[in-house]
Design a binder for this molecule. Structure first.
Ligand SMILES: Nc1ncnc2c1ncn2[C@@H]1O[C@H](COP(=O)(O)OP(=O)(O)O)[C@@H](O)[C@H]1O
Ligand SMILES: [Mg+2]
Length: 260
């Protein structure tokens, strides 16, 4: 069975500082994971490692059954889709939504050709899947932040990745746009041919039922991991945050409040 992610005993040190220590994490095909941790916990650092942008100081990383050190990272990156809120600023806003989506094909292969009619048909199909086909013909610039995130997710899917990484995609969204984006992600994840999704957040209530597993990261180490229902309890999260909290599951989603 494909191990989508297999990280073993990984540490990463920079300028004498240990950023990650003793991180082990396995993601199997068929699972979707949420990664939860406060600012600075090391979430993005782990994602950078999965993408081969940084190299572990010690330990082993293997992605899509390809052990790093024995594989062509640039080739592997074609199978990984990546969306973050910082990506938004790097996208040129003058094109139409569908142009931005189509450009995802070239982002992964690193060379540009004129897009074909087939590329646009595929983009249209993906935009439908992600619930943003109504944005066709709109310039990216005129789209709201939440709409832009949907366009960027569609763009990330254009190269048919096996792994889709969403690094705090809901950053800066108001609560309506956030719910709307979450439901688009949920819908995508439930599809049979969906890529494995890793969804990074620091908001517990964003862990939708489709995220079967959760990784809790704290100070560069794995605090806990496993099935979301087992991990996201009042007791475990109180220990995790070193603050008494109450977790209540409503409509199959966890909601957290401070205790007392
Ligand atoms: N290239 C780097 N050099 C030194 N420190 C870094 C570097 N990248 C990240 N860090 C530090 O590592 C910690 C984890 O960062 P990050 O992975 O971005 O956290 P998160 O995404 O969970 O908010 C932070 O303290 C950050 O300042
Ligand atoms: Mg981050």
């Amino acid at each position: 069975m494909t191990k989508v992610i297999d990280i073993k005993d990984v540490s990463w040190k920079r300028q004498g500082k240990t950023i990650l220590s003793d991180v082990s994490w396995k993601v199997a095909k068929g699972e979707h994971w949420a990664v939860l941790g406060l600012n600075g916990a090391g979430k993005t650092t782990i994602l950078n490692m999965i993408n081969g942008y940084i190299w572990p100081t010690t330990g082993k990383v293997s992605v899509l059954d390809q052990p790093f050190g024995k594989t062509d990272i640039r080739e592997l990156r074609k199978s990984i889709g990546w969306v973050s809120s910082s990506l938004q600023e790097r996208i040129k806003g003058t094109g139409y939504a569908e142009d931005v989506v189509v450009s995802g094909k070239y982002a992964s292969i690193g060379l540009y050709e004129d897009p074909t009619e087939t590329d646009f048909q595929k983009a249209a199909q993906i935009m439908e899947q992600v619930g943003c086909s109504y944005l066709t013909g709109r310039t990216y610039q005129t789209c709201s932040q939440g709409e832009r995130q949907k366009i960027l997710i569609a763009r990330g899917l254009m190269a048919e990745p096996e792994l889709l990484i969403l690094d705090e995609p809901t950053n800066g969204l108001d609560f309506i746009s956030r719910e709307d984006l979450m439901s688009a992600i949920n819908q995508l994840a439930m599809q049979k041919d969906a890529p494995t999704i890793v969804f990074v957040t620091h908001h517990i209530e964003e862990i939708l039922p489709v995220f079967s597993h959760t990784l809790l990261l704290r100070n560069g180490t794995v605090f806990d991991h496993g099935e979301s229902k087992a991990v996201l309890t009042s007791e475990r999260l109180s220990n995790f945050f070193v603050t008494p909290v109450n977790v209540e599951w409503r409509r199959d989603r966890p909601w957290m409040t401070l205790k007392g």
